[in-house]
Ligand binder design. Structure first.
Ligand code: PEP
Ligand code: MG
Length: 889
């Protein structure tokens, strides 16, 4: 890429909201606001193309970029009538902010430099102009600290320690209590700190500083924390960030200045109400970083009435312009309001549903548009547990309800420990004074986050809400001793590893592990899932093996059962001995006896499920276990024989143990997952599918007798590779169904289909379809056998490294490998339908509940997806969104 073909620089007046890929979210929305006549500070944007080119060349700026920036700067100086670095005598200085602005917002992840342009030459003029020297010196010391930390990499505590020491010497608590002379002293000290830490002075030429600041923002795109955030949020690495260079406006010029953050609706609940925080005489980072605790926005009406009225009007204008809840940053400089940012606000799932529903009622959005505003995966948040209200305990303290849901876990005090223990599957709650973007890897795996400091818009709150983690922020009464690893609340001291419970919906913190209950599904949820049902084309069924699961699935909107795994019914402790006898039987008689014991148990299971599904289809899959799951372990059985031999034990016992060992050895397989599974077992022992078919038919007839209706019975043959297998198994099932119905003198419609879960089956799907009324893609085994990765070992082995190192885009057992396994599904679907155009095609692997995979299944025109009961609502949504995506709406 060269400067000739790509435009690297855009004046703010050149852009609009549609230019997000080039200008980043912040830059595009600033340009849009300017276009709408909303007051924003003037400036220009260095495009994402410049960042991408710089990153690609290992940090080298593209030719001509710096010259373009200087041209843009000159134009900005002309428009503002000010000069970077001031005029000859330092008067009339232009001060700049340099802010990152990615295409997809990454709150707090990337760098910002403020007050660029204040220096020894300009500080006096700045103070004189504002008639407030204190403000000028305060800006100067802030700049030195930010520049030193962000651009030069000086450790933050180096400056912070000096500030704390000075406040201690002056006996004050707040920065605002320091005098002009104190701040002048701090500027001198900060220069010394920089010299000490870097072995040289910070650059004093503002153009050189500007270059360094832009370069630092480019660099912040590729920091470890930014990469972790992108991976966690599925943001591509090659988007790059834009850099917004804007004239500074000052919220810290005195008591008629302020800065704040607001949302046009409540981002926790979705209620349309005033929601925000502000601080008088402060700069933006004071609010976001939680250094001073801000005031509720409503109080601004008394302090700065005109700016307040204008802000409230602008909030409404922006929301109706964007047709979405906005997250806004503003500054009031000497009573004049400026908007520094607007973007679509992050919100909880509950809020997303409420807002979407309200905006349809308000006729701002159509139902279909509203569906686009709710991420299917966000619904997971609504399925989060809450604290059982019967707990009868009192909270030990209360903070702000920053992100809803309840979390129980052991206290840990740093993000690394949280990442390590949480990553290993332990329940931990991350307790921090305040979180910073560097804590992100710990927040991701913690059950919840508790902070002592910071408001509802602090970093901890925003990040936790985005991830659906419960968070209590600003619990100011807690004391944390990180080196000593203790948390003190009142007179209670918690050591690392002690249990606490957070209620992110109320802000309450409990000093013990409380019982959690599953969440309730509210009216917004019901209304919006009903809209999704109107839009979606694919059916949504559930994978359920018990009456209880089936009932839950129906409650959550499943339209049938797509997979009832019968082997789970065989594993119950009271059944295992009979199942074992069946497998190990050495004569047909012996096997028949064992099967006769199992049959009524199976029938009972099916009766429960058919009753729960009252007329909806139920796909019962015949037995599909790797044999070893039912047999004693080979090593243990060998040891038992050895022990009996050594102890000269009971001869009869020894002989029985030896016999069993012989049988186990005979049936032992090196690769049980590729062994006598699925229909292979039924091919060896047709008595097994026969017994299961009898149980299914008898159950269906019994339920019809009792309830007047029965579920639609579909019998599914697993792990078929050859059409001849299906042909043979189908014959067994058909013969048995006919036999049972003749005996009962009844009629019942039973359809017979198969799973497509081996690559061979997908390839010869046309041959298989000759014998199948339906297919169900078993994408778990299709991934295992198609990619050649063991399902059972995958996550513990190389796969996690592959995902972390981005060798592959993600875990193919979670989200379908589109090109490979997706290709097999496509082949299976097309070839199957080439023989039977009306062939019903389902998916019952885990991917049936994964929104991204559901997108592919819609593209392939499958009939339905089937997933675990709790994922059913997500699948209903995702299926509707997939239709909208296909339509390109
Ligand atoms: C599959 O393989 O995708 C499937 C649903 O079957 P199971 O997970 O029971 O092997
Ligand atoms: Mg399978």
């Amino acid at each position: 890429m060269t400067g000739e073909s790509v435009q690297y620089l855009y004046d703010m007046s050149e852009g609009d909201a549609s230019m997000r890929p080039l200008l980043g979210g912040k830059g595009a929305n600033l340009a849009e606001m300017k276009r709408l006549g909303i007051p924003v500070p003037d400036g220009f944007t260095v495009s994402t193309a410049a960042c991408i080119a710089t990153t690609a060349s290992g940090g080298e700026w593209p030719a001509g970029l710096w010259e373009d920036i200087l041209d843009s700067l000159t134009r900005l100086e002309e428009r503002t009538g000010r000069t970077l670095g001031g005029d000859q005598d330092g008067a009339n200085p232009l001060l700049l902010s340099v802010r990152s602005g990615a295409v997809v917002s990454m709150p707090g992840m990337m760098d910002t430099i403020l007050n660029l342009g204040v220096g020894d030459d300009t500080v006096e003029a700045l103070g004189a102009e504002a008639d407030n020297p204190r403000f000028a010196w305060d800006s100067y010391r802030r700049f030195l600290q930010m520049y030193g930390e962000v651009v030069e990499g000086v450790a933050p505590h180096a400056y912070e320690d000096e500030l704390t020491a000075l406040k201690a010497r002056r006996g004050v608590e707040q920065d605002t209590e320091l005098s002009t002379e104190d701040l002048q002293e701090l500027v001198r000290t900060f220069k010394d700190v920089s010299r000490r830490e870097l072995g040289r002075d910070l650059p004093t030429d503002p153009r050189e500083q500007l270059r360094g600041a832009i370069d630092a923002v480019f660099g912040s795109w590729d920091t470890p924390r930014a990469r972790v955030y992108r991976r966690a949020n599925g943001i591509p690495d090659d988007l790059g960030t834009a850099v917004n260079v804007m004239q500074m406006v000052f919220g810290n010029r005195g008591d008629t200045s302020a800065t704040g953050v607001c949302f046009t609706r409540n981002p926790s609940t979705g209620v349309s109400e005033l929601y925000g925080e502000f601080l008088v005489n402060a700069q933006g980072e004071d609010v976001v970083a939680g250094i001073r605790t801000p005031r509720p926005l409503a109080q601004m009406e008394e302090v700065l009435p005109e700016a307040y009225t204008q802000l409230v009007r602008t909030m409404a204008d922006l929301e109706s312009h964007y047709k979405d809840m906005q997250d806004i940053e503003f500054t009031v400089e000497d009573g004049t309001l400026y908007l520094l940012q607007t973007r679509s606000g992050k919100r909880t799932a509950a809020a997303a549903l409420r807002i979407a529903r309200d905006m349809v009622t308000e006729e701002v959005l159509t139902r279909e548009e509203a569906l686009q505003r709710v991420e299917p995966a966000q619904l997971d948040q609504l399925l989060h547990p809450a604290i059982d209200p019967e707990h009868g305990r009192s909270p030990v303290t209360k903070g702000l309800p920053a992100s809803p849901g309840a979390a129980v876990g052991e206290v840990v005090f740093d993000a690394d420990t949280a990442a390590e223990r949480g990553g290993a599957g332990e329940a931990v709650v991350l307790v921090r004074y305040e979180t910073t973007p560097d804590d992100i890897h710990g927040v991701i795996v913690a059950q919840g986050v508790l902070t002592a400091h910071g408001g509802m818009t602090s970093h901890a709150a925003v990040v936790a809400r985005g991830m659906g983690r419960p968070c209590v922020a600003g619990a100011s009464k807690i004391r944390i001793d990180v080196p000593g690893r203790t948390l003190t609340i009142g007179d209670r001291v918690f050591a690392e590893g002690d249990m606490i419970t957070l209620d992110g919906s109320t802000g309450e913190v409990y000093g013990e592990a409380l019982e959690l209950i599953p969440p309730q599904i509210n009216e917004d949820f019901q209304a919006i899932t009903a809209w999704a049902d109107d839009v979606r084309r694919m059916g949504v069924r559930a994978n359920a093996d018990t009456g209880e699961d089936a009932a839950k699935a129906r409650e959550l909107g499943a339209e049938g059962i797509g997979l009832c795994r019968t082997e789970h019914m065989f594993m119950a402790a009271d059944r295992l001995p009979a199942v074992r006898r069946m497998i190990l039987a050495e004569s047909e008689d012996e096997r028949a006896q064992a099967l006769a014991t199992i049959l009524p148990m199976q029938q009972e299971d099916f009766e429960e499920i058919f009753t729960a599904m009252a007329g909806l289809p139920v796909t019962v899959r015949l037995l599909d276990p790797p044999l070893h799951e039912f047999l004693p372990d080979l090593v243990e059985q060998s040891l038992l024989v050895q022990r009996l031999e050594l102890t000269d034990g009971d001869a009869q016992e020894l002989s029985a143990a030896r016999r069993l060992l012989g049988q186990v050895k005979r049936l032992h397989e090196q690769n049980p997952m590729l062994g006598t599974r699925g229909c292979r077992l039924g091919m060896l022992y047709p008595e097994i599918p026969e017994m299961q078919t009898r149980a299914i038919v008898r159950a269906a007839l019994a339920v019809r007798e009792e309830h007047g209706q029965t579920a639609g019975v579909e019998i599914m043959i697993p792990l078929v590779a050859y059409a001849s297998e299906l042909k043979a198994q189908r014959a067994v099932v058909e013969r048995t169904v006919a036999d049972e119905l003749a005996t009962a003198g009844a009629e019942l419609e039973v359809t017979i289909g198969t799973m497509i879960e081996l690559p061979r089956a997908a390839i010869v799907a046309d041959q298989i379809a000759e014998h199948a009324d339906f297919f169900s893609f078993g994408t778990n085994d299709l991934t295992q056998t198609g990619v050649g990765i063991s399902r059972d070992d995958a996550e513990q082995g190389f796969l996690s490294t592959y995902v972390a190192d981005e060798v592959i885009p993600g875990n193919p057992f979670e989200s379908i490998d589109r090109d490979g396994v997706g290709g097999l599904v496509q082949i299976g679907a097309e070839r199957g339908r080439s023989v039977r155009p009306d062939l019903k095609l389902g998916v019952c692997g885990e991917h049936g509940g994964d929104p991204a995979s559901i997108g592919l299944f819609e593209e392939l025109g499958l009939t339905y997806v089937s997933c675990s009961p709790y994922r059913v609502p997500i699948a209903r949504f995702a299926a509707a969104r997939a239709v909208l995506a296909q339509r390109g709406t």
